[in-house]
Design a protein around this ligand. Structure first.
Ligand code: AFP
Length: 348
């Protein structure tokens, strides 16, 4: 009885309906950004289907080539890249795409298109072979109004605060799409039986403080002192502050970030000897996740400054990142300021 009345009162809202309802709140909106988000949603469904059957259809494994960063390219990476680019090209709204899989900018057919899209088509791809969650990340900017000349890479070098929308799709035990247009964070779960993303959470908020820390501790020896002190702080037993914290590290940023968004805590990818500027990409890993986490009430810094205020100098540049619940990020910043912001990263 109870279950029936709950089901009746709970109206299912699809991603497309939600996007259109959100657009209707802005009478002057052209609908182009809405279309772009729907295009990404469609590509995500196709990628999700292939991810789920990758083992059977032989899309798993390395295709033999290397991407622009010298990393082995998996076939699913290429598939996801192609799906997203052709979805974005179809509606003639996007003029340029920058993808982890392509060295330079990719000019689309619509030279006059209003939007520039950064993406990591399949983040965490080294996890594909072992059936661990992976994801697609996107970050959307308006093209600056200079239509008098050919598009160049510089047009895409805008700080994260200029993002008009950003999001990710997590291919996990279910497929989830999370995005923001700067008015809070919403999440949608793919119902494979009807092929629709269904609204699961509106106006997501991250806990102010969490007891999970997430970092690859293998490079501990090359971290700067303040970070080492913070991780030791997380491990100290103190009932009053709910310590020791729990360590969780998946190795797919989207999955680690999604957990951080829901449960709180902190995700860190710092500078190390191996990666002096951090490993993660500013434009298609750090900025979009920072936009989402900030919209949910969290914080994201590179150790010194706010990630979204960093001025990019190249489309594939890397950045260290400390991101998550505000209290956790403030605490690590306090220790970084006390120690390593006064000294450089230690050699291993
Ligand atoms: P891959 O796409 O090569 O698997 O890299 C994933 C990633 O860019 C990011 O999603 C992870 O958080 C991070 O790298 C993991 O890096 P480590 O293996 O160095 O911890």
């Amino acid at each position: 009885m109870e279950a029936t009345s709950t089901a009746k009162s709970r109206k299912l809202v699809t991603l497309d309906e939600y996007i259109i309802q959100a657009q209707n709140k802005f009478p002057g909106a052209t609908g182009e950004l809405s279309q772009l988000l729907r295009d990404i949603g469609l590509a995500a469904k196709i990628i999700s289907r292939e991810v789920n059957k990758a083992g059977i259809t032989n899309l798993l494994g390395v295709d033999g080539s290397k991407n622009v960063h010298g990393e082995s390219v998996k076939r699913l990476d290429l598939f996801a890249d192609q799906q997203l680019i052709s979805a974005l090209d179809r509606s003639m709204i996007t003029c340029m795409v920058i993808s982890e899989e392509n060295d330079g900018i990719v000019r689309l057919n619509s030279e006059g298109g209003k939007y520039i899209v950064y993406m990591d088509p399949l983040d965490g791809s080294s996890n594909i072979d072992v059936n661990v969650s992976i994801g697609s990340i996107f970050s959307i900017y308006m093209r600056q109004p200079r239509f008098d000349r050919k598009l160049v890479e510089d047009d895409a070098l805008q700080p994260g605060i200029r993002q008009v929308a950003a999001g990710y799709v997590l291919y996990g035990s279910s497929t989830i799409m999370v995005y923001t247009t700067g008015l809070g964070v919403s999440s949608f779960t793919l119902d494979p039986s009807i092929g629709e993303f269904i609204l699961s959470e509106d106006n997501f908020k991250i806990p102010k403080e969490g007891n999970i820390y997430s970092i690859n501790e293998g490079s501990y020896n090359s971290w700067a002192e303040g970070l080492k002190k913070y991780i030791k702080y997380c491990q100290v037993e103190d009932e009053a502050t709910n310590r020791p914290y729990t360590a969780r590290y998946i190795g797919s940023m989207v999955a680690d970030l999604h957990r951080t968004l829901i449960k709180g805590g902190i995700f860190i990818y710092p500078a190390s000897t191996r990666y002096p500027n951090g490993k993660l990409r500013l434009m298609y890993e750090c900025n979009p996740h920072s936009f989402i986490i900030e919209q949910a009430g969290g914080m994201a810094i590179d150790g010194k400054e706010r990630i979204m205020e960093k001025k990019p100098t190249s489309i594939h540049e890397r950045s260290p990142i400390y991101i998550g619940s505000p209290e956790n990020v403030k605490k690590v910043k306090e220790l970084l300021d006390q120690y390593e912001n006064k000294e450089s990263v230690k050699e291993a």
